[in-house]
Design a protein around this ligand. Structure first.
Ligand SMILES: O=P(O)(O)OC[C@H]1O[C@@H](O)[C@H](O)[C@@H]1O
Length: 435
């Protein structure tokens, strides 16, 4: 039983809050979380938090924007009710894939040429793309753009080389920038050129006609910084999270951030449940995740392979795998894909197809955050993946009902122990170790 501590659960993951409270031996605080008719979030803390150490559990995934706003309001409510310290516990950190966007010195985002639009990244079912929901075209397009640009940045950082700058086409005018970026973002999101062309939003057309002045920064919201600022402005004194997509995101905060590792759970699963695991091969589905995957492979003394995403145009008959190249030998072995998250599941299902094509006997995917939005479950069910193992940083109740290949690892005990240690001022570095 821990004293003088208050645990509040947001609406994103009530089951995880309950598990954490069970481990701590305390009841959840009474709060009223609801919505006004207009859709605005309403928060009422129904017990005193004066001079208490408050932990608010709220994960990303699902209705991520609603959950985020609910968290901000709850933090602020606790602060104004004189809580001594407020810690936001975000098992999956929302918006952490939207760290700052790379820009050229000239001011335009770093994007590649639109000439490379001849191939597709088909998957079954097809990956969501901007053209699908016309009314949301603008949002999706920008999100895709941010995703592709953030990837370009991270890939370039992991290569240790700067992102290549594309010469400005169109006689030096910058009006091509969004079109090129769109094309690039489409490539990164499984959209061929025809599909991209089907985006017919009036606002998009206006944006692409817009010719920025020299030096003007084509505007892509830098959500990563904003989210960090919102949390601290609301009153958060401390953040606890797990497997941040980009660990450097911790540097966006000027309050302590404890980034716990999901790796010990994944490693334990491999050792206990994968037959003859010493002869399996750990695979990173992209260069960005290589560090994460090699850490697990090295700690178990097993081999490692990497899937390289080739972004140059390739005309070969098997278009689906045209852009992926396996570095390593998986023939007749069990391949274990390791990644931080699966959202559309496009990455892991395409990787699984390639691994089976290269002769892997079985393919597992072990992923910390099973966001599994949209058609992700259908995609996994139809894929070459034999098993997908995720933690419950995101609620998996509904996913499990629809996906026989899914297995879930519990993180409630890890977060409860982190909370207990933070509350007592003990070191939590033991939770970062996994050997
Ligand atoms: O392909 P989906 O599942 O949508 O996205 C997951 C991938 O996107 C990356 O940021 C993650 O690290 C992971 O490799």
């Amino acid at each position: 039983m821990v004293r003088n501590i208050v645990v509040i659960g947001g609406t994103s993951h009530p089951q995880l809050t309950q598990t954490i409270c069970n481990h701590l031996g305390i009841p959840q605080a009474n709060v009223l979380l609801s919505k006004f008719a207009v859709g605005e979030t309403r928060v009422e803390i129904q017990e005193s938090v004066r001079e208490k150490d408050v932990y608010i559990i709220q994960s990303g995934g699902g209705k991520v924007n609603d959950h985020l706003l609910e968290l901000l309001i709850t933090i602020s409510a606790c602060k104004t009710a004189s809580a001594k310290r407020v810690t936001a516990v975000l098992p999956l950190f929302p918006y952490s894939r939207q760290s700052d966007i790379p820009y050229k010195k000239s001011g335009a985002p770093l994007v590649k040429s639109s000439a490379h639009n001849q191939f597709t990244f088909d998957s079954t079912p097809s990956t969501p793309h901007p053209g699908k929901v016309e009314s949301q075209g603008m949002n999706n397009d920008v999100e895709s753009l941010q995703k592709s640009l953030a990837r370009a940045q991270i890939e370039s950082e992991s290569n240790g080389s700067p992102v290549k700058q594309r010469p400005i086409a169109n006689g030096g005018k910058r009006s091509d920038t969004l079109e090129s970026a769109r094309s690039e973002s489409s490539l990164a999101n499984g959209v061929n050129n025809d599909e991209t062309a089907s985006v017919s939003s009036g606002s998009l057309a206006k944006v692409s006609e817009f010719e920025p002045r020299p030096g003007y920064r084509q505007w892509v919201a830098q959500a990563g910084t904003l989210i960090a600022d919102l949390l601290t402005c609301a009153g958060a004194d401390h953040i606890i999270t797990m497997d941040l997509h980009d660990p450097q995101y911790q540097g966006f905060f000027d309050i302590p951030v404890d980034n716990l590792y999901g790796r010990p759970l994944l490693k334990r699963y491999i050792q206990r449940h994968i037959p003859d695991y010493k002869n399996c091969i750990i695979v990173s589905p992209d260069a960005g995740g290589a560090k994460r995957a090699t850490a697990i492979a090295d700690s178990m003394g097993v081999e490692f392979a990497l899937i390289h995403k080739e972004r140059r145009p390739t005309r070969i008959s098997d278009r689906q795998n045209a852009t992926m190249m396996l570095v390593g030998d998986v023939r007749d072995r069990t391949a274990i894909l390791i990644d931080d998250l699966a959202d559309t599941s496009n990455t892991i299902t395409r990787a699984a197809k390639l691994l089976k094509k290269e002769g892997a006997a079985k393919v597992y995917a072990l992923v910390t955050h099973g966001i599994l939005s949209g058609d992700a479950i259908e995609r996994i069910n139809a894929s070459a993946l034999d098993k997908v193992v995720v933690t419950n940083t995101v609620d998996q109740t509904e996913h499990c009902k629809r996906c026989p290949k899914l297995e879930v690892l519990e993180v409630g005990n890890v977060f409860a122990e982190a909370i207990r240690r933070v509350h007592h001022g003990e070191s939590i570095s033991v939770l970062f170790q996994y050997d």
